[in-house]
Design a protein around this ligand. Structure first.
Ligand code: PBG
Length: 333
């Protein structure tokens, strides 16, 4: 640090610029605005249904027609994009995750309906097999092992099906090695040169995904854990290697996930690569804030805005969050 070396009390009083709201506004370094949010949204089959998810208070699984309404709301609030996640019942899951490759599956129908109604809103598809497997893993399970290369072939097929349905951003969350390059190649071969890839590049094997697994119907289905493919929370250099490889393979943007407990990773990734860098404020982060707020233990509004500000301050260009519509409203949208 070569700056401000000479500052000393009493000539310098750091409380002076903090003394009034107008001055605090002028010296504020990090701004939140709805155009930096991607709205995480869970969808389900049916019509005119908004089914509350108990472990995500305030979030509901939306039928396609209601998701279209939500997309209109996103546009009105200035939220540029939605990230969709499908609930799948146990009976529609299989070892081979066949529903993932069905061009008429829930994700594809939702994308078509939303793109027809509100083409201006960007649509991001999570790519991984976990909503569709009967074991809840993101990849193919063979002899107790999640096999890499066969899973890569599967997520390439899934990506092409989703791109064809109208998704603008393919977001692979499966953490297989080599999937970004394979997906880029697959998309290009099928003529989807303009479909973006946002890589879940540094994705940790985290307990904070718990409520999400309820939301998509994986709770009770998942056998074991995801530590052979998701990253060890203890690691940071490894995150840079993951990100470097995904950039080399063609990722347009990279993601760190979860967000709040991994601010150091967000910071290092942004500083090192100067890439569009996103962070996913995951279901457990949402649930913790809501649970504490509902108990009267923290102030909900302030907790939402402070958590999002911290993620942006760490270096995230944008945040994928279940709070998107609520936060946009709090910001006056
Ligand atoms: C799985 C996937 C997960 C999330 C997004 N995609 C969970 C997991 O890896 O088990 C988590 C999202 C959240 O917790 O909000 N492909």
């Amino acid at each position: 640090m070569t700056r401000n070396l000479s500052q000393s009390f009493p000539a310098t009083r750091l409380r002076r610029p903090r003394a009034s709201a107008w001055s605090r506004a002028l010296v504020s370094e990090t701004a939140l605005s709805p155009d930096k949010f991607i709205w995480a949204m869970v969808i389900r089959e049916g019509e005119n249904i908004a089914e509350p998810i108990p472990s995500l208070p305030g979030v509901s699984r939306l039928s396609v027609d209601r998701a279209v309404e939500a997309a209109r709301e996103a546009k009105a609030l200035g939220i540029p994009a939605l990230a969709l996640f499908p609930y799948t019942s146990a009976k529609d899951r299989s070892a081979g995750a066949t529903l993932a490759f069905d061009p008429d599956n829930l994700m594809c129908r939702a994308a078509q309906a939303i793109k027809d109604a509100v083409p201006e809103v960007g649509l991001m598809a999570d790519v991984a097999l976990d909503p569709y497997t009967d074991h809840g893993h993101d990849g193919s399970l063979e002899n107790g092992e999640i096999v890499n290369d066969r899973t890569v072939e599967a997520v390439v097929r899934q990506s092409i099906v989703e791109a064809r349905a109208g998704f603008d951003i393919i977001a692979p969350s499966d953490m297989m090695d080599g999937r970004i390059g394979a997906i880029r190649n697959g998309l290009d071969t099928e003529g989807f040169q303009n479909v973006q890839i946002m890589s879940y590049a540094a994705k940790y094997a985290s307990c904070f995904y718990g409520p999400y697994r309820d939301a998509i119907g994986s709770t009770g289905v998942l056998k074991g854990d995801k530590r052979t493919y998701q990253m060890d929370p203890a690691n940071t250099d490894e995150a840079l290697r993951e990100v470097a490889m995904d950039i080399a393979e063609g990722a347009d943007s990279v993601m760190v996930k979860p967000a709040g407990a991994y601010l150091d990773i967000i910071h290092r990734v942004k500083e090192t690569f100067a890439m569009p860098t996103f962070a996913f404020q995951v279901s457990g982060e949402y649930a913790m804030i809501m649970a504490a707020a509902q108990n009267g233990w923290i102030d909900e509004t302030r907790a939402i805005l402070e958590s999002l500000t911290a993620i942006r301050r760490a270096g995230a260009d944008g945040v994928i969050t279940y709070f998107a519509p609520k936060a946009a409203r709090l910001l006056g949208a």
